[in-house]
Design a protein around this ligand. Structure first.
Ligand code: AMP
Ligand code: ZN
Length: 488
């Protein structure tokens, strides 16, 4: 669509600054995003992160980059919980439901794929799984061991953060200092096999209750949590690529440890830019499975959550998310969703008017500047709230043109229409279902209203009232005004 590359700036969590975006290989972008752990149905918070990266992917495509977007599926491995213990959450769910681990993963992956369709997410280029890349993970662990940055204890392998810190900067992303971590070590008794508090598992010896087990040079076991992302990002994007993303809660330890694994095996930080999407909150607290304050995406659409009085369409939910910058937290309330619904309707109503607008010799406002403002917002670290404010400005102009207060030339109308529709549909990913169904309904409504007008002209009030009441029952409101009859 557009050849306006070269102006994009992205906030890099690594430098703490917005940086001018220049891909490593001209016109190509490699992007890796940490995907879901499929031991349960993804909640709305998870979806916020995936919707944000979908918007980022869409804008890169719109700028005409060839993007390879890799988003993994975690279907194996021990994930560290908040107490620092390695937990096999998929195995736990499998034992609970008395099925095999991959049945759990498959069941929730079907749901996840369905949610992606409902919320209009573009499929990534590849969705690789951890279980499909055990050999690659083992090979990287061997490299780290060869480089003297890991040690084997009783069938498990741990990353040696102290040895690593002599050569590299552990804490480069999160700003944590190894010395401060050392303080924590003294207060923690030698609770496990690790030599140092910050050391983390690359490979965990199998437990008798483990549902999935793999062979390795160190015996039967499971990969640690972080190593799968190092293995899959390297395999599909190389040892250095452009963007690595995920939710802010993954910055430490997951992403810090990914950097350590990459430096410890290939000698370099895998990504030029590290991006972190902020959390969806409920009453100021992160929406999470463990806190129990989560909403499932489907129940919000269907209106079956007891906390909300009605349902909201996926478009409205997406619009609601896009009204916040991806790096800001966002609170999930019915009031905010109602406001988003109004804003969304205002925008889609304006889009419906586009092909009916009158054109004139000249335009009474600077259409190119307005269109430029869409790009400027997105080029400034994907600033969707500013973009939406500028789209509202365009919607206001559309209404003024419709009311013959403003004028627009034919060429400017084409420019405005294509960009307004592209930024709303292709970049924000809104489907405008309502607008589309209204457009389909329009010829039918013309016919019905014509019949009603005839009935009224014949003073056949029974028929005209029957038509109006029938339409009202179908959710269509008919209004008779000075300018004629309208419907919504
Ligand atoms: P998980 O399945 O727990 O690995 O999470 C999948 C993705 O969702 C990760 O990128 C998390 O950072 C992200 N995530 C989890 N909770 C939230 C939340 N409340 N808001 C936004 N993103 C979240
Ligand atoms: Zn990851």
């Amino acid at each position: 669509m557009s050849n306006r590359k070269g102006k994009l700036h992205i906030y890099n969590s690594l430098s703490g600054k917005k940086e001018h975006f220049e891909p490593i290989h001209q016109d190509h972008v490699g992007m890796y995003v940490c995907g879901p752990t499929l031991y349960s149905e993804p909640h709305m918070g998870n979806m916020r992160t995936f919707i944000n990266f979908d918007m980022i992917y869409r804008y890169l495509l719109f700028l005409d980059y060839r993007v390879k977007y890799v988003r993994n599926i975690t279907d194996a491995g021990h994930i560290t919980n908040s107490a620092g213990e390695a937990v096999d959450s998929i195995g736990k769910a499998a034992r609970l439901e008395q099925v095999q681990s991959l049945e759990i993963v498959y069941k929730y992956n079907v749901k996840f794929q369905e949610l992606q369709r409902i919320y209009n997410l573009l499929p990534p280029s590849i969705e690789p799984t951890a279980t499909g890349h055990i050999q690659e993970q083992i090979e990287i662990i061997e490299k780290i061991l060869d480089n003297g940055l890991a040690y084997v204890v009783n069938g498990s392998v741990y990353f040696d953060v102290k040895a690593y810190s002599e050569k590299f900067n552990y804490g480069i992303l999160s700003g944590r200092k190894v010395d401060e971590l050392a303080e924590e070590t003294r207060t923690l008794n030698a609770q496990d096999e690790k030599r140092f508090f910050a050391d983390f598992a690359l490979w965990k010896k199998a437990n008798p209750e483990d549902m999935q087990i793999w062979r390795s040079p160190w015996g039967d076991g499971n990969p640690g949590w972080h190593i799968e992302c190092t293995a899959m990002s390297t395999k599909y994007l190389g040892t250095q690529f452009d963007i690595h993303g995920g939710g802010l809660d993954l910055k430490f330890p997951h992403h810090e440890d990914e950097i350590a694994q990459n430096c410890g095996s290939f000698g370099c930080n895998p990504a030029k830019i590290w991006m972190h999407a902020n959390m969806l909150n409920v009453n100021g607290q992160k929406m999470s499975k463990s806190l129990g304050n989560f909403f499932l995406p489907k129940e919000i659409v269907e209106g079956t959550t007891p906390l909300f009085s009605k349902g909201f369409s996926p478009d409205v939910l997406r619009f609601f998310m896009m009204q916040a910058h991806y790096r800001s937290t966002l609170d999930f309330t019915e009031e905010a969703l109602n406001a988003a619904e109004k804003g969304y309707t205002r925008l889609s109503d304006a889009i419906q008017l586009l092909d009916k607008l009158p054109t004139g010799e000249t335009s009474s406002f600077d259409v190119s500047a307005l269109v430029d403002s869409f790009y400027t917002a997105m080029d400034d670290d994907f600033n969707t709230p500013i973009l939406i404010a500028n789209l509202f400005e365009a919607a206001k102009r559309v209404n003024l043109i419709n009311d013959k207060v403003d004028t627009i030339s034919l060429n400017d109308l084409k420019l405005l229409s294509t960009h307004l529709i592209a930024f709303v549909k292709e970049i924000l990913g809104l489907q405008l279902n309502v607008a589309q169904s209204d457009a389909k309904l329009a010829p039918v409504m013309d016919l019905v209203l014509d019949l009603r007008a005839q009935a009224r002209a014949n003073k056949d009030w029974t028929t005209s009232d029957k038509i109006r009441d029938g339409l009202a029952a179908a959710g269509i409101i008919v209004k008779d005004g000075k300018e004629g009859t309208s419907w919504s």
